[in-house]
Each structure stands twice: as C-alpha cells, then as structure tokens.
Ligand binder design. Structure first.
Ligand code: MN
Length: 265
C-alpha cells in the first residue's frame, strides 16, 4: 500500500508526523507538505510562480518527505503528477483543530483530500477538535489503521472524500464512530478592527463560532458527544432541490435583451 500524506499545518507539524508514523507501519509513505502553515488556504493552487520540492528529514522517521512552497492542494497535485504512479490513498492532516460544518470550505486540510479525490483516489482529511487544548494525536493515529482497513480502494467515497474529525480525548474515552452530514456553524464578530501605530485601521480574522445546526446526525453533534465523525463529502455544490423550482420560476419570463438573434428561454 502506498500513501501520500499532506497537510495545511506545515511540514514540521506534530500532527503530520503522527500521521506519517501511523501509516509507515502499513506501507510506503510519501510526505509532501507546505514549508509553512497554510491553515484556511482552502483549495487554492499556485499559478504564478514555480513550485519547488525540497527533500526534508522527519527525524526518526524513515519516510520520503518534501517541503513545498505551494498550497495544500498543490502538495497533493505534486504527489499525483504521474497518472501511472498514483498513491493508493491520500491522507491529509492530522490537523490541529476541528474542521466542521462551513469550516470545510476554508480548510486546507479538507482541500488537500479533495484534490486526491479528484484523481479518484480514496482520500481522507483528519482533524482533531482540540479546542485550545494539547492535541491527542495518539487517538487519531489509532483511527488511521482502522480507516486503512475499512476503506480500501473500491470502497472510495463516490466522487469525493472523507472528512474525519476526532474528539480530543484519550482513546478509551472515544464514544464510537458515526457517519455524519455537515452541520452548520458560522463565525460571528469575524473581523476585529484595530489601529496600527500610525493610526491607520487594520483588520484581523478572529471571532467565535455560532452553531446553527448541530442536530443529531451532524458532524458537530457527533464530536460534541465524543464520537469520531466521518462525513462523506463531494464537490458538487449544486442545490439539486432548487433546480425544478428555479426552472419553473424563470420559465415564461421575458428574457434579458441579449440583442437580435437571442432565443427566449
Ligand atoms: Mn490547519
């Protein structure tokens, strides 16, 4: 089994090391990770500068590892550069901090896994809901073995990836594993306004999460209850339920004036 490992916390993050170590016991590991932290980089890729890979040594670990000047998604693209030589699985993380609900849209951890899914490779984003406390990477590392056994090639998420959030608890306190949907939480007071020493304003993302849907069945509820949350996610953002309603709403309406020759809907 060959694993590609990436993250958004950077090549020397302890969570990446814990993940690479757990996977090294199961097969061949190649690590490609950003040279510095890129949390909340989303699915950005680098178009306007050359990408480099610098070999690095993860002390005490006998795995091939590279630091990249690119984004988390770039790292997975670099690791899948040869279509004849794809990894069997992509793992991203282990992120220090949860990626729940809307956070998935910003998460570099999730986007790295999504990049793997674009090549039809079973891909996993792993995060620990640290809530400011030291991360229990040992708990998440045990889960890694379970994931490798449960989701071999062929059991891949249909056209997507698995977003996995682990409660920050010792292994014996984990209350189970739940397959979930995304809940909703957004941030309030997101941008803090301050003044720089010259009296000019600057803004900094901060804020507190406000949960809007943490009902049973959501990723938020599972993690709050001490269970591992596994959400199968895909990148079809279409609101399928709205297609018929919207089609009916525009049918028969006067079309915008696109000029002569334009057909009405
Ligand atoms: Mn991160």
């Amino acid at each position: 089994m060959r694993f590609l490992v990436a993250n958004d916390d950077g090549i020397f993050a302890p969570g990446l090391r814990a993940l690479a170590e757990a996977l090294a016991a199961r097969g061949e590991v190649k690590v490609i990770a950003p040279e510095r932290e890129q949390s909340a980089a989303g699915h950005a890729v680098t178009l306007h500068k050359p990408l480099r890979l610098v070999p690095v040594s993860l002390s005490g670990l006998d795995v091939e590892a590279y630091a990249s000047n690119g984004t988390p998604a770039d790292c997975v693209a670099l690791g899948t550069i040869d279509p004849e030589d794809l990894p069997d699985m992509v793992f991203s993380g282990i992120n220090e901090g949860a990626n729940l609900g809307e956070e998935v849209l910003y998460s570099g951890t999730a986007s790295a896994a999504m990049e793997g899914a674009m090549y039809d490779i079973p891909s996993f984003a792993l995060s620990i809901a640290t809530e400011g406390r030291p991360a229990r990477f040992d708990t998440a590392a045990r889960l890694v073995h379970w994931l490798v056994d449960c989701f071999p090639r062929g059991a891949a998420c249909r056209a997507g990836f698995f977003n996995v959030n682990v409660p920050n608890l010792p292994p014996e306190e984990i209350a189970g594993i739940e397959i979930t949907r995304l809940g909703h939480r957004r941030y309030v007071n997101r941008l803090s306004r301050r003044e720089d020493p010259r009296g000019r304003p600057y803004y900094w993302f901060a804020g507190e999460p406000l949960e809007r849907d943490a009902r049973p069945g959501t990723d938020l509820a599972a993690v709050q209850a001490g269970r591992v949350s596994i959400s199968p996610l895909h990148f079809d953002l279409t609101s399928h339920g709205d297609i018929d309603r919207l089609s009916a709403a525009v049918r028969g309406r006067q079309a915008p004036d696109f000029g002569p020759g334009a057909a009405n809907p």
